[in-house]
Design a protein around this ligand. Structure first.
Ligand code: NAD
Ligand code: ZN
Length: 360
């Protein structure tokens, strides 16, 4: 009998609904340690100069830091932010608030952890390496799909690997889901990040780690994705449903794992800086042999929304380049084990992966 079940944390507080961003001030007030201990707002710089900024409840010596999401979060960037916050204030902050997509949510989680844990953030990339509880942190997604708002990981690009800080202290203490915040997302990005959620569902539901817990969330998320991307919903309904799809997709993989598309997409991202959402799409379109029904649905959704994926991404790569990507992908053992079972190495060889990368 298996007795090593994972006992994992969930987000203890969540507020959902159009316009709920207006309640942020009252949510934070009781969490203020004192007037010297600020809240630090890490905000996607796409919002610079927009109406959202004036609605951020800044008081005392709170600080707002704009951050670009053009590149995925890096361990160096986390360490620099932590250094800045520590040198700007005598006290530890009351909390960190991340406002943006997966990039900003992951940065907020990582900064909250590193404010109380010694050393550099790359030392904590892996599973359960964090020793001390993080400070209070809040996630406010402005684009839906990654599930970063619910997950117990923060994915960082480090000097040696792209890997999450997976720990019980990573999970947000509070999440605020206001679907109105996703109004300005450009169509292509809406598709790529939404497909991250769709791919989470396919990889979780078709994995060997599947169980009733994951399945219940994965099926719900998949149903919502189909409604959003294949039916003609009203815009506000679509925004609400995609936000909940992201949440359920994240919950589904919390108790299982992702699979082939994610493993290979990490390789693309590590070598070429290809971002997560589009990277998953670039890989997933060529995974018919692993996920036949999922790829068919994906193609339907892509056509309905006239999405043209870029081609020839790997055309100019050298053998060494391919080797780097393949090594990153193959190092993600739990993902392969979930996708193909314990004997995955008999199915997935470096040559096999190279032939898929060459199509991208
Ligand atoms: P993102 O945060 O990288 O943002 C994508 C683009 O959308 C950016 O240009 C951003 O400025 C823009 N954007 C965001 N909100 C907007 C809005 N309301 N209006 C206009 N533009 C907006 O995108 P993402 O796909 O959400 O996140 C990808 C990141 O998430 C990757 O770094 C990936 O590693 C990480 N991720 C983390 C987890 C996790 O569990 N921690 C899971 C999956 C992915
Ligand atoms: Zn993902």
């Amino acid at each position: 009998l298996k007795t090593n079940y994972k006992n994992f944390p969930m987000v203890p507080r969540v507020i959902f609904g159009a316009g709920c961003f207006g309640q942020l001030g009252e949510i934070l007030m009781p969490k203020r340690i004192n007037s010297e201990a600020p809240f630090i707002f890490l905000v996607d710089d796409v919002f610079e100069g927009t109406g959202l900024i004036s609605r951020i409840p800044l008081i005392f010596n709170d600080q707002l830091i704009f951050i670009s999401a053009d590149e995925e979060p890096k361990t160096d960037q986390v360490d620099a932010l932590v250094h800045k916050i520590k040198s700007d204030y005598d006290d530890l902050p009351s909390g960190i608030i991340g406002i943006g997509g997966g990039t900003l949510l992951d940065l907020a989680k990582a900064v909250a952890i590193m404010l109380t844990n010694k050393g550099n953030s790359y030392q904590y990339q892996g599973w359960d390496l964090v020793k001390k509880p993080s400070i209070y942190h809040v996630g406010i997604p402005t684009i839906s799909g990654t599930g970063a708002e619910v997950s117990r990981t923060t994915v960082l690009l480090g000097p040696e690997k792209k890997l999450g800080i997976n720990s019980d202290y990573t999970t947000f203490d509070q999440v605020l889901m206001d679907p109105d915040l996703t109004k300005g997302v450009p169509k292509e990005q809406w598709f790529y990040t939404g497909m991250d959620c769709f791919i989470h569902c396919i990889e979780s539901l078709n994995g060997t780690f599947l169980n009733a817990f994951s399945q219940s969330y994965g099926e719900k998320a998949l149903e919502l994705c189909k409604e959003v991307y294949l039916e003609d919903l009203q815009e506000d309904e679509a925004r609400n449903k995609l936000m909940m799809a992201s949440w359920h997709g994240g919950m589904s993989i919390a108790y299982s794992q992702v699979g082939v598309a994610h493993a290979m997409s990490y390789g693309l991202s590590y070598l070429l800086g290809v971002r997560h959402g589009i990277g998953n799409c670039l890989v997933f379109q060529h995974l018919k042999e692993f996920y036949p029904e999922g790829v068919e649905l994906f193609n339907e959704m892509k056509e309905k929304h006239n999405i043209l994926l870029p081609k020839g991404i790997c055309k100019e790569l050298t053998n060494d380049d391919f080797e780097i990507m393949i090594n990153v992908a193959l190092s993600l053992v739990p993902l392969w084990e979930n996708a193909l079972g314990k004997e995955w190495r008999t199915i997935v060889t470096p040559e096999k992966l190279k032939s898929i990368y060459q199509k991208i």
